[in-house]
Design a protein around this ligand. Structure first.
Ligand SMILES: NC(=O)C1=CN([C@@H]2O[C@H](COP(=O)(O)OP(=O)(O)OC[C@H]3O[C@@H](n4cnc5c(N)ncnc54)[C@H](OP(=O)(O)O)[C@@H]3O)[C@@H](O)[C@H]2O)C=CC1
Ligand SMILES: O=C(O)C1=N[C@H](C(=O)O)C[C@H](O)C1
Length: 262
């Protein structure tokens, strides 16, 4: 049995992940954490009736022996400290939270290596998104002109999405930096061309009703290719999270990308 703690359990993803852990035959939910929690046990919430695991509202109250795995779906401003805490306390992090800087990820990787703790940061736990990123990387070898459009619900804090940034990074591995569009182009309204990652433009859409969606558009002489993925429901991320929880302790480093453990 993997003993699991869920950070951010009051949020959209943390709630879904808590249910997944409770329902999984090989996992045991041993605690949940969220700074705005006021209850003592999870079972005080009607939807978790009978699940009397402790609720933590301060990270310092979580003992190092509590859990094997720390699932983190929190916020861009808290994820670094949370994951650092988990690694320092011998708990393997499975991190879905986006918005960390490259420097923060590097530091956590160093720490995990020093402590020989296995962990995973996955910008996206959905298989459709993992495949989209791989297909896009493959296509970019032949179509170096590319723009990314990511579309999310309007409560999302970070832009561009972690998936869009990761897509751009994977494409940049196979594509020389390239300025796209007319060299003389001028934005008459600031931001019209979106963010710019090594010449690739990334556009972020935020709309109610959306969950998580991404399109990668390739254009060439007389032809175009569009790759698209849609996550219509947060349950779509859960099989990826479950694989990560099951396997993460087999490693002794902090990996980035679900594809590394599939
Ligand atoms: N990798 C993937 O496949 C996916 C990743 N995500 C990412 O997961 C993250 C969470 O998304 P979502 O669930 O929609 O966001 P929510 O805002 O719904 O949930 C985040 C929760 O974390 C809480 N929180 C804030 N600070 C801390 C902290 N220090 N410790 C523990 N909990 C904390 C928030 O509380 P409060 O509201 O009071 O701040 C909130 O309850 C985002 O970064 C999102 O991009 C989302 C979907 C899939
Ligand atoms: O905030 C979200 O919802 C999502 N965040 C992740 C991201 O930033 O890429 C993954 C997915 O797109 C959903």
């Amino acid at each position: 049995m993997k003993k699991v703690i869920v950070a951010g359990f009051k949020g959209r993803m943390g709630n879904t992940a808590s249910h997944m852990v409770i329902d999984h035959k090989d996992f045991e939910l041993v605690g949940v954490f969220d700074p705005r929690a006021t209850e003592k046990t999870l079972g005080e919430n009607l939807e978790f009736k009978g699940i009397d695991v402790p609720v933590y509202s301060k990270v310092a109250d979580i003992a190092s022996s509590t859990a094997d795995v720390w699932i983190d779906f929190t916020s861009p401003t808290s994820v670094y400290e949370n994951v650092k805490f988990a690694i320092e306390n011998g708990i393997s992090p499975v991190v879905g939270t986006t918005g960390m800087t490259d420097e923060q990820v590097n530091e956590l990787q160093k720490l995990a290596k020093a402590k020989k703790i296995g962990g995973l940061i996955a910008p996206n736990f959905g298989i459709s998104a993992v495949l989209l990123m791989q297909f896009a990387q493959q296509a970019a070898k032949y179509f170096p002109n590319v723009e990314i459009i990511e579309m999310h619900h309007d409560n999302k804090l970070d832009a561009p999405s972690g998936t869009a940034i990761n897509t751009a990074k994977l494409i940049a591995e196979v594509r020389a930096p390239k300025q796209q569009g007319n060299p003389q182009e001028k934005e008459t309204l600031a931001g019209a061309r979106g963010a710019n990652y090594e010449g690739m433009h990334i556009h972020s859409v935020r709309l109610p009703g959306y969950v998580a969606h991404e399109q990668v558009l390739f254009g060439s002489e007389g032809e175009a290719l569009t790759i698209r993925q849609d996550s219509f429901d947060r349950s779509s991320f859960m099989s990826g999270v479950a694989v990560a929880v099951a396997k993460v302790q087999d490693y002794d480093e902090l990996l980035v990308g679900l594809e590394h453990i599939l």
